[in-house]
Design a protein around this ligand. Sequence first.
Ligand code: PGA
Ligand code: ZN
Length: 417
Amino acid sequence: MSTVIEDIIARKVFNGRGEETIEVDVITMSGFGRTSAPAGKSRGKAEVTYYPQDDVDQALKKVEELLAPELVGLNADFQEEMDKTLHEIDGSKDFRVIGGNTAFAISLASAEAAANSYGLLLFQFIGGRIAHELPFPLGNIMSGGQHTSGKSPDIQEFLALPYGAESFLEAADVNAQIHRRIGETLRKKDKLFNGGKSDEGAWTANIGTLETLEALAKACEEVGNELGFECGLGVDVAASSLWNGKEKKYVYRREGKKRSPGEQTDFIMDLIKKYHLIYVEDPFHEEDYEHFAELTKKTKNCVVCGDDLFTTNSERLSRGLKIRAANAVIVKVNQVGTLTDAWETIEMAKENGYLPVMSHRSGDTCDWHIAHLAVAFRCPLIKTGVVEGTRIAKINELIRIEEFLGDRAKMADLKMI
Ligand code: PGA
Ligand code: ZN
C-alpha cells in the first residue's frame, strides 16, 4: 500500500447551473480521489479567487504545467504539507495565481485518494473512530434574494431544521415532506405559481417574507406533529446582497422598505420572536461585526451564523470571536481554498463554543464530499438543500454513512438549541 501521488489530472466539467468548473483526479499507487468544485452566487468579498483571470482553462493549464510536476511524488497522506505546497506555489493571499477552486479540488481529491489507498471512507480517514455523529440537515424550502430572478421574497433562504429527529434519514424525510407541503400551499396561494425552483431546489414564488414564514411555520408544525417531534425554522438573510453602502440601508425591494442597521436589528429580532427562529445566517452585511454582536447578545437559543462575514477564514473568525459577533460559522471549503485552512477555522470555532455549519454552494456539482466532511469534522449542522440532484448527492451519501455506522450512528448534539 502506498499513498504517494503518481498523477494529477484536471478537466473542465459543469456545475448545476451549467457553469464551467474544475474537476481533479488524484491517483496514488494504491488509490484514487476525484473532486469537482462548486461556485457561489451570493459570494463573500473575502472569498478566495476561484480561477486565474476567471478562466477555468487557465486553471487547467496551471495544473498541467505548474502544479502536477510539483505535487506528483508528494504523499497524499500528508494533507498539511500538500496544502502548504499549494499556498507556496500560488504565492498570493487569495489563490489568484492557481485559483482557489483549483486548490480546493486538489486538496480534497488528495484526501480522498489517501483514504481510498487505505481502504477507508473519507469520513473515517479524517475523523477516526470518534466520527460517528450525523449532522442535522438545514433544508432550504423557499428561495429569494440573489438566488432567484423576478418576484420573490427579499430574504435569500427559508430553512427547516428538524432538530427532534432521531436519525439522519428521518430528518431528511421531514425536510422533503415540508418541501412538498409548501409546494402545495404555493399552488393554492398563487395562481401563477408554476412549480419554479432555484438552483438549490427550493421553491421560488411571488410571495413576501412574512407570508413565507407563516406558511413554513405551519408546515413545520403540521409535519412535526404528524411525526411526533420538533421541527424549527431558520433563515439565511444574505444581508450583504440587501445592503446599500451609500445609503447605509438594507433595501427590501419587494417589500418596498429600507432599513437602517438599527431597524434591521429590530426587524430580525421580531422575526426571531414571532416565528421562533432557531437559525439566522448573515442578518447583517459582511463588514458589520458590531450589529452581529448586538444581535447575538440579544438572542437566546438561536444560532446566529456568519457566512459572508467569516468566509471560512480563521483571521476573520478570530476578529469575530473577540466581540462575540456570532455563535456559529458556515464552512464552505472553497471560500478559503484548502482542507487545512477550513480545518483550522473549524477548530478555532469549536474551541470558542461556535457551531461549525458545513455547507454546499448554490452552484454545486454531484460531488458528495461535504457529507463526509460534516461527519469527520463533527459539524452538528449541514446546509445542503432538500431536493434536486446536486443536493440529493450529499443527502444520500449521509444516509449511506449512517447505515455504514450502524449502531454507532448518533445524531449530533445541538446544545445551543
Ligand atoms: P452561495 O450562497 O453559494 O450562492 O454563495 C449560499 C449561501 O449564502 O449560504
Ligand atoms: Zn449564506
